[in-house]
Ligand binder design. Structure first.
Ligand SMILES: Nc1ncnc2c1ncn2[C@@H]1O[C@H](COP(=O)(O)OP(=O)(O)O)[C@@H](O)[C@H]1O
Ligand SMILES: O=P(O)(O)OC[C@H]1O[C@](O)(COP(=O)(O)O)[C@@H](O)[C@@H]1O
Ligand SMILES: [Mg+2]
Length: 332
């Protein structure tokens, strides 16, 4: 098959995620395999505006599969949200002969790609990369598995010292709009309570009662997981003190969750999705995003993808509530 594009660029944008490097490697090598030249665009959309472009080849992508972060750097570009910014980016594409862009990032990155393609006619494909797993069209985003495991490892360590001191721990997990990470980690660490932005919080029901139930069962240390999007974990801790008399310690896991060598799953997803993205451009397609649905790799129109909504996995939430001894009994 002859490729529809001869030269493309790859960029990473928004918050970084473990596995972005593996995706870059895959995009570059898949391109070479399909007879396409792939250039690296540094610093997200800013690099497209300023012409911050670097050549990429087989050797340069060697060793990238296991490296955290993104060698292309990432950025949040306000200028790209303007017509003038995108016009400058289009001139960069003309100068370097870029006919297509693969953008690895979150929903914001998809919006940027869409605006750019609509305004300037450059072919674009998005690859889902964010630890938040909050992109509606896909069950999985690159980085999520590693971030879950990183958070879990830290929480397991915290649990040791919380157990020794018979304390309550409040742990803030990343996710400014989404609670997928907090919920998953909460279930996996056997948390006493989990607070996520998708669920309206009744403090007595969702925090105090689970702590009480654990105490009545003989437990003397408690783990409360709070998603960033819920608000300040310090406020949650102060409220626990007020309601229970416990003196919680707060840990904000923060950006440590975004670092580290990607897990096997993230390396695999990044490699597959990167390959699929290049294949779409080679086939002459544009305005697509690669995704996973029911465990299979698929792709969507970006408009369609951005219009989709994604809630938390209600089944996981139900199981969590059941296992923390919440009162909402099922009628079976
Ligand atoms: N409506 C938009 N028009 C143009 N560019 C956008 C738009 N929304 C987001 N972007 C670009 O995408 C970048 C990344 O988006 P952001 O929401 O920060 O991260 P993520 O891609 O991880 O969701 C923004 O900094 C901006 O450059
Ligand atoms: O890097 P910053 O600007 O501190 O942003 C923090 C945010 O980025 C994330 O880590 C990832 O979000 P995006 O992938 O949408 O950029 C969020 O969980 C967190 O709220
Ligand atoms: Mg986002």
């Amino acid at each position: 098959m002859k490729s529809a594009v001869k030269r493309i660029g790859v960029l990473t944008s928004g918050g970084d995620a473990p596995g972005m490097n593996a995706a870059i490697r895959s995009v570059v090598r898949a391109s070479m395999h399909m007879g396409i030249e792939c250039l690296g665009i540094r610093r997200g959309f800013n690099g497209l505006i300023t012409g911050d472009i670097t050549s990429m080849d087989f050797v340069q992508t060697s060793g990238l599969i296991g490296r955290g972060g993104t060698v292309l750097y990432t950025a949040r570009s306000e200028e790209f949200k303007t017509d003038e910014g995108r016009k400058k980016a289009a001139n960069t594409c003309k100068l370097f002969g870029l006919e297509g862009i693969v953008g690895i990032g979150g929903d914001g990155t998809y919006r940027g790609l869409l605006e750019f393609s609509n305004q300037e006619g450059v072919a674009v494909v998005g690859v889902p990369g964010t630890i938040d797993n909050d992109i509606a069209c896909t069950e999985y985003t690159i980085g999520y598995d590693t971030a879950c495991n990183t958070a879990l490892e830290a929480i397991d360590r915290l649990k040791d010292t919380m157990q020794s001191h018979e304390r309550c721990s409040v742990v803030e997990v990343m996710g400014r709009h989404a609670g997928h990470l907090a919920l998953y980690v909460g279930v996996a660490c056997g948390a006493t309570a989990v607070l996520i932005p998708e669920k309206k919080i009744d403090f007595e029901r969702d925090v105090v009662e689970p702590i009480r139930a654990a105490r009545l069962a003989g437990r003397t240390h408690f783990m409360v997981i709070v998603a960033e999007g819920v608000g300040s974990s310090y406020d949650v801790a102060a409220k626990i003190k007020e309601y229970t008399g416990l003196d919680p310690r707060v840990t904000v896991l923060g950006h440590v969750q975004r670092g580290g060598s990607p897990s096997a799953r993230d390396r695999m997803e990044a490699t597959y999705m990167g390959y699929n993205a290049v294949e779409l451009l080679a086939q002459g397609k544009t305005n697509r995003v690669v995704a996973m649905q029911k465990g299979a790799y698929v792709d969507y129109d970006i408009n369609e993808a951005l219009a989709m909504k994604k809630g938390i996995d209600e089944r996981v939430y139900t199981v969590l509530r059941a296992l923390i001894g919440a009162e909402d009994k099922l009628n079976i």
